[in-house]
Write a protein that binds this ligand. Structure first.
Ligand SMILES: *Cc1c(COP(=O)(O)O)cnc(C)c1O
Length: 393
């Protein structure tokens, strides 16, 4: 079914599930099967050759998994989509499927930690050169891309200081040198931002975050043209980072409430960011929805909401971070983001623990920075909780 006229709240619920399934089931069953049996050898042959629709083996395709892929395909306006066991599997399989020795990649210094490791440690082993630019320096990105490259890898907003990249502008530069543009859309979610409609070729999600939404399942997704997704599919088929049908079911169930959750998280995060910005114990707040944020104007142009993640720096160093977080009730001190429950932690302990203090400083990550991923709790309770903790500093 074509969902071009429907709003995302409707699409989140219905995409991939407009028909009924086995025995009239209104939700897709979990097809816990490894293999698919045929009564007729000729039909089996036609499916195996790809001449006829059908399934052969669940490492390749599975009906439950396909429903999830259809949901993200429609939410991101793609021609095709593919799922993986984790977000990192989506990223690594995409990169290795599309690149070859001698290629050059241009990306940013603030990409997700795991992605950064692929750039710095794994691609160079295969003689693939990677140039990492200062994330907000659009001129530097354009200059590096202009030197020629095969792939541009972006992420916006970034972790943990929510830096924003003008996706349309950088895509334009990439098109001039015929480079493929990949963008990690995890922080925005498809509710707030659709990179494919801004010209990006492939969008990637760690569905472990907002899409699953409950901090109970790991999954990765990629979405784009049929041609590129086919290339990635043929790589994943052999490398084997496929998604299990049970996890696919959980993620697609989570996605039914995606718009509801993200709308609430957008509203709450903005209120919390404004509250923190006014608080005397807070030195700085990073949230693209704030006028004071460096990337606000670009975010306003390319996002319909500013997301559920913010970060803020306290006055008083790491001791103040401990005082605040140890005195709050409605927050798990944990890594990850995009869950129904509020999660917070200092990047020096979570995403950037392997860096030195000096390296963190270079990325604008101070020792008193806290990343705060807003859940779906009542925002008044969350603000009261923050206020209580801040008063303990
Ligand atoms: C978490 C995350 C990933 C990695 O996803 P996993 O599901 O943990 O493998 C990639 N990119 C971003 C932006 C993330 O937040």
């Amino acid at each position: 079914m074509d969902f071009s006229k429907e709003q995302k709240g409707t699409t989140s619920v219905w995409a991939g599930e407009t028909k009924t399934f086995h025995e009239g089931s209104s939700t897709v069953p979990v097809f816990n099967t490894v293999t698919y049996a045929y009564d007729d050898l000729d039909e089996w042959y036609e499916v195996a050759k790809g001449n006829k629709e059908g399934h052969i083996y669940s490492r390749n395709t599975n009906p439950t998994v396909q429903v999830l892929e259809e949901k993200i395909r429609i939410l991101e306006n793609g021609e095709a989509a593919i799922s993986f066991s984790t977000g990192m599997a989506a990223i690594s399989n995409t990169l290795f499927a599309l690149l070859k020795p001698g290629d050059r990649v241009v990306s940013i210094k603030d990409s997700y930690g795991g992605t950064s490791k692929i750039f710095l440690e794994h691609l160079p082993k295969f003689n693939i050169d990677v140039s990492l630019c200062d994330t907000e320096d659009h001129e530097q990105l354009e200059k590096e891309i202009g030197k020629g490259c095969q792939l541009v890898y972006l992420e916006s907003p970034t972790n943990p200081t929510l830096k924003v990249i003008d996706l349309q502008r950088i895509t334009k530069a990439a098109k001039k040198v015929n480079a493929i543009v990949v963008s990690d859309n995890t922080f925005a979610s498809p509710i707030n931002q659709n990179p494919l409609t801004l010209g990006v070729d492939l969008v990637i999600h760690s569905a472990t975050k907002f899409l699953g939404g409950h901090s109970d399942t790991m999954c990765g997704l990629a979405c784009g043209s049929k041609k590129l997704i086919k290339q990635i599919f043929q790589y994943r088929e052999i490398m084997g980072a496929s998604l299990s049908p049970e996890i696919a079911y959980n993620v697609k169930r989570g996605m039914k409430t995606l718009e509801l959750r993200v709308q609430r998280q957008n509203e709450s995060a903005l209120k919390i960011a404004r509250f923190l910005e006014e608080h005397p114990k807070v030195a700085q707040v990073f949230y693209p929805g704030l006028k004071s944020h460096k990337g606000h104007e670009i975010a306003k142009k390319q996002m319909s909401g500013y997301g559920g993640v913010l970060s803020f720096e306290l006055k008083g160093g790491y001791e103040a971070v401990k005082k605040l977080l140890h005195n709050m009730k409605f927050v798990h001190l944990a890594a990850s983001l995009g869950s129904v429950s509020t999660l917070a932690g200092p990047p020096r302990t979570t995403s950037h623990v392997e860096l030195t203090e000096e390296q963190r400083k270079h990325l604008g990550i101070s020792e008193s920075l806290i990343r705060y991923s807003v859940g779906i709790e009542n925002v008044e309770d969350l603000i009261k909780d923050l206020e209580y903790g801040l008063n303990k500093i």
